[in-house]
Each structure stands twice: as C-alpha cells, then as structure tokens.
Design a protein around this ligand. Sequence first.
Ligand code: BGO
Length: 712
Amino acid sequence: MTTIALIGNPNSGKTSLFNAATGTNQHVGNWPGVTVERKSGSVKKQPEIEVQDLPGIYSMSPYSPEEKIARDYLLSYEADSILNVVDATNLERNLYLTTQLIETGIPVTMALNMSDVLRAQGKVINVDKLSYQLGIPVVATSAVKNLGIAQVIQKAAQTTREVVDGIQFPMYDNRFEAAIAQIIEVLGATVPKSAARFYAIKLFERDNLVESELNLSSFQKADIAEIIQITEEVFTEDSETIVINQRYAFIERVAKMAQSQESDFKLNLSDKIDKVVTNRILALPIFALVMFLVYYLSIQTVGSMWTGWVNDVLFGEIVPNWVQRGLDYLQVADWMQSLILDGIVAGVGTVLGFLPQIFVLFVCLGILEDIGYMSRIAFVMDRIFRRFGLSGKSFIPMLIATGCGVPAIMASRTIENERDRKITIMTATFMPCSAKLEIIALIAGAFFPDNPFMAPSTYFVGIATIVLSGIALKKTVFLGGYTSPFIMELPAYHLPKAVSVLRYAFGKAMSFVKRAGTIIFSLTVLIWVLSSYNFALQAVETEQSMLASFGRLFAWVFEPLGFGNWRATVAAMTGLAAKETVVATFGILYQSTGEVGLTESLQADYSALAAYSFLTFNLLCAPCFAAMGAIKREMGEAKWTIAAIGFQTGLAYVVSLVLYQLGLVLLEGKAVTIWAGVALGLLLIMVYLIVRKPRQLQDDIIHLHHLARVSQ
Ligand code: BGO
C-alpha cells in the first residue's frame, strides 16, 4: 500500500482532486475550511494507492486546530509521498508552502491545478522549468475537468520515500545556509536525518510547537540561541523575517523563471550591463575602480569630513569638557576622573570617532549589494579562483568578512569540499572587517591624508593575500585536491532601495556602537588600569606602568617590522581581544603624553612606512577572540585551529617585514642590512610556494593505487 498525502493551500482544489482520483463525492466549496479533518480513499482501479485528503494549510507553522491536523499527519511520517496541490493562478503564494513541504524530507510531487483557469487568463507556466527549479515532478492538472489527474497520481505513487534517494532542498542565502548547517549539527541524532533541515529552519524561526516537541538539552538550546542571535545580527532582522524573506527570494526566482517566455531571453538591460561588468578583461579593472571609490569616499573624503568633526570637536572638546565639568561638580576623586576622561572617554571616544566612516562604507557596500553588483563580483572572482584551483564559493565568505569575520567563517559551511573549507576559514579574515577599518582610517588620516590610494590599497592587500596564500595552501599535501564547481544565479540589476540600504548601514553602525559600549568599554577600563599603575599597584606615569613593562618585554619582536615601540606592541596585542581596541589603546596611551593630538603623537613616533607596516600586520594577523572562537568551532580540531591562527600571524609578520625592510631600501634609499636580505629571502620563498608545481596529493595517490589494482 502506498499512501499519498494531499496537501495545499485552502481552496487550491485538494478535495476536487481527491474526488476525481478516488471517484468519491466529498463536499467541495470555494471557501477555506471545507476539509476540516482527514479523509482517506483508494484510487479508482488502483486499490493499492491510498490518498489522504487533509485540511488546507498556508505553512507548516499552524495557527488553527485543523491546520495542526495536516501538519501533525505529515510529521508522523506515515505518508510515503506528498502530493502538493497548487493553485496555478496564485503560484508565488502557494510556493511558500511548497518550500516547507520539500524540507520535511518526504518526496513531493506537484499538481499544478486550475491550469484551465490559467489558460483562460492567457497565462503560461513552464512545467519543466518549474520542475527543474524545485527539483520535484510537476504535472499540470484541472481537477474539475479531470485533466492530468491519473498522471499526477501515478507520479506521486512512484515518487515515494522508498524510491527517492536524496532530496534537492531549496537553497537560500549563504549566510542563512551557514546558520542552518550549524543548527543541524547541534541537533545531531535528536531528529531523523531526512527531517533535520525542516526542524533546523523551524527552530531558527523560534517555532514554539517544534521547540516544545523536541526534547532539546540545555546545551543544544543555548547553542541554537547563539547561532540565531549571530545570524540576526548579520542580517539585522529577526529570525522569522529572515526565513520569510529567504523563502520569498527563492520563490521569486523560481516563479520568474517558470513564467518566463522565450521572448524574455532576448538581451535585457541587465544582460547588457553584465556584458561589460563581467567581461573577462574589463571585470577586474571595473571592480578595482568601484572598490577604490568606495574606500576613497568612505575613509578619505565624505566619511572623514564627519570623522574630523566627531574626533576633534565632539570627542576632542565637547564631550571631555562636559564630562570634566560634571565630574568637578560631583567632586569625583582624581583617580576616577582620570579613569573616565583618560580611559573611557579617550578610548571609547576614539573608537566612536570613526563611526561616520563606517556608516558611509556600509551605505556604499549596501548599495552595491542591493543593485546586484556584489553577486557579479562573486561570479568574476569565481573565474579567477578556479583558474588557480580554488573554489569560487570561497569568495562569498570573503565578501561577508568585509562586515565581520565571525559570520564569514560560519558561511564557509556551505563549501562541501573539506579542504577548500579549511582554506577559506584560514584566509577569510584577511579581508578588512569593520573593526579593522578603524585602524585603516586612523593610519590613513594620520600619515597619508592626501594619498587617495592608501585606504583602498588595504582592501586589495586583503584580496591579494587571500588569492596568493590560497594558491600556496592549495599546493600543499594537506589542503590540495579537486575543487567542486560553484553554480550561481545572477539576479537582475535594479535601482537601490533607500530603505533597505539605510537599514543595512544602520544595522552595522548599531552593532558597532554596541561593541563600543560593551567589549571596548571594558577593555578601555582594563587598559587604563594597566597603563596607570605599576606592578606594586602604585599610580605612576604611563612610561612606568605595567603595560609599558609588558610592551617593552615584547617590543623587540616588532623591531624588524618598524614598530618596535612598546605602545604599538601593546596596541597590536590588545587587538586580539577586538580589533577596535588597537585604536582605543592608542587613544588612551597617547592621551596621556601631553597636549598634542593623537595624529601628531603618532607622526612623532612612527614613519609613514612603519605605520603602513603596522597596519598590514594588524590586517593580516590572528583575528579577534570572537573570530578565533568561530575558527575553532568550524575547524573542529585543536591542531587545525592552531595551524590557522599560526599561519595568519606568521604570514602577517613575514608580509610586514618584507614591506618594511624592502621599503626602507627601495623607497627611502636606506642602506642594505641583514634584515633586508632576510626580507628578500622570505619574498623569494613566498614566490616559490605560489608558483611551484602542486605536490602529488594523498587522495590522488590512493586513487591511482586503487585504479592500478582494479586494472590488474
Ligand atoms: C467551488 N479548475 C477550476 N476551474 N476550478 C477548480 C479546480 C480546477 O482545476 N479545482 C478546484 N476547483 P476544493 P480545497 C465553487 O466549489 O476542492 C474549484 O479547499 C463553488 N462552489 O470547484 O474545495 C472547486 O479542498 C461556487 O469551487 O479546494 C471549488 O483545496 C462557485 O475550486 C474551488 C465557484 O476547490 C475549491 C466555485 C459552491
């Protein structure tokens, strides 16, 4: 006996189809709720096929008791297959349920019902395209005219759980996919493997019914809550809205494709733009120009105008003066005044001073994403990555990393190939994230105010390091091998929507402010304490503080990189907690040096070349603790986590050393030293690792041995 569950929106024609298939005469009506309970019947002349008519539902999160009947029946996994009855005249709305039905893991067949009405309306839906896009069989039917009924029943009876091996699930945005993959891992054996995706998405939506049905441990609940929270921060939307938007974005693509006519395939404006923007020769120069403009606008012109005011006037005069007056009025103790003014206001204020630049950057990136340009970049980069044996899929996490490294590392989950995934995790954080942007803005403002190429260059240093180190890693025995292809669809260009761009930029700015008020705040207090007291806990000048002693202990390490100064050493080390702290540390440490501003103090202590070397080191070295935690979670093994962090820090050191030492000789005309020789040697080794032939890989060797044995 094969059991088929008839599922669809109310009024899509389920009962009519049930009657036509079984030869019975159940009541039909043109209002929702006619079928309020489950009815079953055998198919005419085929008693071995049983059909279950269920109440109409709009989604798998039921609101009414009869909707719950349908949902509970499906989740009891009694049905062998689902026959999804869809009102063809209302395709988009009906597909919302279809996406959820596919996710249950029970094979779905679609009856594209009311096709007679659709035809009368002069509309066409391409059944083959719809079927291809959804990955399920689709048959056009008219339940009242008895058209296609026998065929669709046969199809559903053949498309059962016993027969179908692997379901093609609707795929959503990579960032969302990353979260779902993580929840599936947290669920483990708690739910059946085939239904894992369904439960993961429902848990992500915070579906109360599913939460109460699954007996999750407190660890599982905490892990899932954390994944949801991070993803909500990434999307700056609540989890339910994320799921709804993802489903509709998928449905829009599917419906558009299925409803398209051959004439639609003539070159439209989007295609014409793509001919230029994704052109093999022009694509990269255009991308370079676009990113140059983005960084130039946000860091060196529009954004910096505001930052100048926020830094010099707001946090340089207005806030400190007000705070000082308030503290005097309250007769606050001197040490407390120092903590608040020299620690918190100087540290957090310096960080917040860069907010305008961050905001302008994310407005620019939001516009590029909204109009559809960023997907083209992923496509263009895929072409380049593949030429070097890397996966184009890796570029998506890298785009995400321009916001924050944590979701970027999480997004690597969508890469099936284990080795490519590892390479992506190890390299994604080379992209300048919003926290590193502050270091870029600080150095650019202080040392290169008139050089338009300085800030954009950091973006290209990030990409170049990813590509080149990716090539080198791919040639190693541990990480080489076959790369899976990356297929992506390019959405049509459209004008940016001010609301979505501003929502995106505000979301990023708010999470930045939140960090400034929490983690950066706490760190500034700590840095102030360490820079105001010595080991005997006596209040001392900064130069005699614990922090100064600690910095001097390690400063020699950075001497060959040009910033062997205890303040820069400490700043780079505190950056491990959060990259904004690099700037906050400078704010606090140079605040106490006297009357001159931060810019002048920095210029007095470092050359422009040393500053660029410092910037490069901080761009490429181990990311913040949160991102290191993400690396640990994604790598799963301590040895790979250590390898990743060691690789990043080692590479950062070598690149900064090469830049600084060769820069001294070539740009500043200094004499050749031993360090310059070491830098040249390291540069040659790096070039060799990039251009050498790949080593024969373990898998390939095993594969060849296997082939040899088979052929003997
Ligand atoms: C009435 N084609 C057309 N043209 N109509 C269809 C088709 C089809 O393929 N399939 C169903 N309908 P249900 P649910 C009605 O009853 O099976 C019509 O909720 C009416 N009734 O005839 O009940 C079907 O089980 C008075 O319409 O759906 C029915 O999923 C005026 O869609 C309606 C007009 O079908 C719902 C229609 C008193």
